[in-house]
Design a protein around this ligand. Structure first.
Ligand code: UD1
Ligand code: UDP
Length: 368
């Protein structure tokens, strides 16, 4: 139970995966009861299917404040968020700020807190692709540099920080997305039935997503990805929930009517969990979905040159296929012919303890 003297923290979120991560940590914070949490939504994601649906499904409290920043170029979007978050923090004067992952909302929240001298916790610290052309890599490196509490999902994340000279207040807590799958997987299966809705059979379809700017904003790469989707769909149905960034680039592509290719709007988290669990293979450029595939024991093909989640590749659960149609198609065929079970993901991601460890450490940060 919190009292008026309970320290207050502010969590800053703005993009789809952050609502999912914050949902499990918010629950754990409420259980620990050491702090009172206020939630700021930057408005980076704003469609109902990209935002509201997650608050409803996951029981995440409505944001105390929505900054309504919306889409813009990187500088303008981050700058507007920075100014707006700063105003909120000046008014609320929290004891700590929590940011998640590597989006522009993360960086804006981190800079606002750091410049006001408010202790900052970064959940999902230490991830690196070593690819500076990725906007997310810049956001991660800078956020980690100014964070006071670095909550790492994996051993490798801790090592990356050490290599950059960051060793104080670094904790390997596990991955809160692993906890989310544990927490919501069963309830999702009881509440929604996307396979029934789409007429799919368990184990007899491929789930595909694509939203990385490096893929969607390069016509050659996007063309290869769509060619791969269409080729795979000739032998097995492909379900492709399309992110709005990608949707905006699809107008005029002739392949989208291909038989067996289900191009659908973004689905809810519960629907995603069900579609992931029963998929034969997941083909994606999403960070979160590479891990979720591993957690479910479903093989993954990642349409990038590198990944931050290298353990998935090291154990053979994930294969990097770039955005080359022939490599993607071959990797899917290889995965489909496999009979060996994938290793258990739990030892890599903290056995479901990440959210409670995270909440306890945030509680300590806010109580100093
Ligand atoms: C952002 C993150 C990325 C993360 C992804 C999760 C950055 C730099 N990128 O990418 O790391 O993996 O979120 O999904 O922060 N749009 C809509 N409706 C929405 C949201 C977006 O139509 O609700 C459209 C807008 O035209 C916008 C475009 O999608 O310009 C891209 O959105 P943005 O939030 O800038 O980047 P994402 O690609 O979503
Ligand atoms: N997700 C979802 N609906 C979709 C696609 C993805 O709920 O249509 C979930 C997915 O289960 C994962 C998260 O969104 O938990 C990943 O977000 P995204 O791929 O947008 O971003 P990334 O993880 O790459 O930053």
């Amino acid at each position: 139970m919190s009292s008026p003297s309970t320290p207050e923290i502010v969590t800053i979120v703005g993009a789809r995966p952050q609502f999912i991560k914050a949902a499990v940590v918010s629950r754990a914070l409420a259980e620990v009861g050491q702090v009172r949490e206020r939630l700021v939504h930057t408005g980076q994601h704003y469609d109902a299917t990209m935002s509201e649906v997650f608050f409803e499904e996951l029981g995440l409290p409505k944001p105390d404040c929505n900054l309504g920043v919306g889409p813009a170029g990187h500088g303008a979007q981050t700058g507007r968020m920075l100014a707006a978050v700063e105003e909120v923090l000046l008014e609320w004067r929290p004891r700590a700020v929590v940011v998640y992952g590597d989006t522009n909302s993360t960086l804006a929240g981190a800079l606002a807190a750091a410049k006001l001298g408010i202790p900052l916790a970064h959940v999902e610290a230490g991830l690196r692709s070593f690819e500076r052309t990725m906007p997310e890599e810049i956001n991660r490196v800078l956020t980690d540099r100014v964070a006071d509490l670095l909550l790492c999902p994996t051993t490798q994340a801790v090592e990356h920080l050490a290599a950059e000279g960051i060793t104080r207040n670094v904790h390997q807590v596990g991955d809160v997305m692993f906890d989310a799958v544990r927490l919501f997987g069963e309830v999702a299966a009881r509440r929604v039935d996307p396979l029934g809705k789409l007429g799919l059979k368990p184990g007899e379809y491929v789930l595909m997503t694509c939203h990385r700017a490096g893929n969607t904003d390069d016509a050659d790469r996007l063309g290869q990805i769509l060619k791969a989707a269409e080729t795979i769909a000739r032998s097995v149905p492909v379900v492709f929930p399309v992110h709005p960034r990608t949707r905006a680039r699809l107008t005029g592509w002739p392949l989208l009517d291909a038989k067996g290719l289900h191009i659908i709007p973004p689905v809810s988290y519960f629907e995603t969990l069900c579609l992931e669990r029963e998929a034969a293979v997941i083909v994606t450029d999403s960070g979160g979905m590479q891990k979720e595939a591993f957690i479910w024991g479903v093989p993954c093909v990642t349409m990038r040159e590198e990944t931050e989640w290298t353990e998935t590749v090291d154990v053979g659960a994930n294969c990097l296929a770039s955005a080359q149609a022939d490599r993607i198609v071959q990797a899917v065929a290889d995965h489909r012919s496999r009979t060996d079970p994938l290793p258990d993901a739990a030892p890599y991601y903290g056995h479901g303890q990440a959210a409670s460890r995270t909440a306890a450490l945030i509680g300590q940060l806010a109580s100093i």
